[in-house]
Design a protein around this ligand. Structure first.
Ligand SMILES: Cc1ncc(COP(=O)(O)O)c(C=O)c1O
Length: 383
């Protein structure tokens, strides 16, 4: 029997049938009228999901391509950027800017916690030469979300710094009004809360960000934002051959999200998250993230003693067809992570909770089977 697996990962996420169907449309000329029409709709809808009046650039790349695009266009070599780091993706964000010559000042935050606006303000007060602040909104490796992101944005603005946000794992799954929160460059990727296969990164660019970009020569040919803007303005095209089929898919997914209603789409992630947190707590498990910073899109759960994350993941995948993630680096075996992204319905939630409960029971976890689901019921009722 080969039923499709339930992909409960922190990306890629499950893809709806209508998005897959859109992806299978016959190929078109990426320099022709059909492409122009589709691309224009995709960007217009993408801006609604980003809640921005700024520009939105679509890159044929995974999320890291979006980060690399920001890093290679925004700063001149030697310019200072402040990067709060509380996990693997924060480290990668810092490294990416370093690769392109920025003088990166890391603000280290304990894993499981999120940076606060006060910490950022303090760092900006200490060094008046900081030209930009770049933060991960949702640190996927630890399941933490920066709840003070708007205040961090305000602190960046107050000191005249550009505000860059890696929202790769969260845009569409939690509140993120890009313009209202003063975000100059916001990056996401197709394969997470936008319920699309991997392959497209989206990068929003504000007027202030364009001013920074226009100062210098971008250090990447492929990710040269000025040429993406020119091709968009002149022709509604991309400078290089785009992943046309993934564009079809993303175009469909964005229409689907807007038909559903952006607030309702985000709201579904929040409801499912409360069901997960109640369920795992009900099972007697604990969470890696500090309670105030818990993510609605990645639930990071501490492994109970004497059970390995690998065994749990294997059992879930092989017996129940549910695929969850382990931890990264030092957290590899000490946590497991459940992605709550994109298609989030009671089916995904109840199946994942029940399968986890059953698998843990089989691996010797002493909890009472059924307690997790029982604890999730109040949250599930409002779904
Ligand atoms: C916060 C964050 N940043 C960056 C990335 C890298 O994205 P990609 O694997 O699409 O390049 C991820 C992937 O999970 C992520 O969660």
């Amino acid at each position: 029997m080969s039923l499709p697996q339930l992909i409960m990962l922190p990306g890629p996420s499950n893809v709806p049938a209508r998005v897959y169907s859109a992806m299978c449309k016959p190929m078109i000329n990426h320099r022709g009228a059909e492409f122009h029409e589709m691309f224009e709709r995709m960007i217009t809808n993408g801006k609604k999901v980003f809640q921005t009046e700024g520009d939105l650039i679509a890159l044929t790349a995974s999320g890291t391509g979006g980060v690399e695009c920001a890093a290679s266009n925004l700063l001149l070599p030697g310019e200072k950027i402040l990067v709060p780091v509380c996990g693997t993706f924060g480290e990668r964000l810092a490294n990416n800017f370093r690769t392109f010559g920025a003088n990166v000042i890391e603000l280290k935050v304990e894993m499981g916690k999120a940076p606060t606006a006060e910490q950022v303000q303090e760092a900006l007060r200490r060094d008046r030469e900081i030209k930009a602040v770049a933060a991960i909104y949702n640190e996927t490796s630890t399941g933490t979300t920066v709840r003070e992101l708007p205040a961090i944005g305000a602190a960046a603005k107050a000191s005249g710094a550009l505000f860059v946000v890696d929202a790769i794992s969260v845009l569409g799954g939690d509140d993120l009004p890009v313009d209202k929160w003063g975000i100059d460059v916001c990056i996401t990727a197709s394969q997470k809360c936008l319920a699309t296969p991997p392959g497209v990164a989206l990068v929003s660019v504000s007027k202030d960000a364009w001013k920074m970009i226009e100062r210098g020569k971008p250090r990447s040919e492929y990710f040269n934002l000025l040429s993406y803007r020119k091709f968009w303005q002149d022709k509604k095209e991309t400078p290089f051959t785009p992943a046309v089929s993934t564009f079809f898919a993303l175009d469909e997914a964005l229409q689907m999200i807007l038909e559903y209603g952006l607030d309702a789409w985000i709201g579904r992630h929040k409801k499912a998250a409360s069901a997960y947190y109640a369920a795992f707590k009900g099972m007697g498990l604990t969470f890696f993230a500090d309670e105030r910073s818990r993510s609605n899109v990645v639930v990071a759960i501490n492994m109970p003693p004497k059970i390995s994350a690998k065994d749990l993941r294997d059992k879930l995948r092989k017996k129940y067809g549910v695929v969850v993630a382990g931890g990264f680096g030092a957290l590899k075996d000490s946590i497991f992570r459940v992605g709550n992204m994109g298609i989030v319905t009671p089916r995904e939630v109840v199946t994942t909770i029940s399968a986890t409960e059953a698998a843990l029971g089989e691996l010797g976890f002493p909890g009472t089977t059924g307690e997790g689901l029982r604890a999730a019921m109040p949250a599930l009722k409002g779904f």
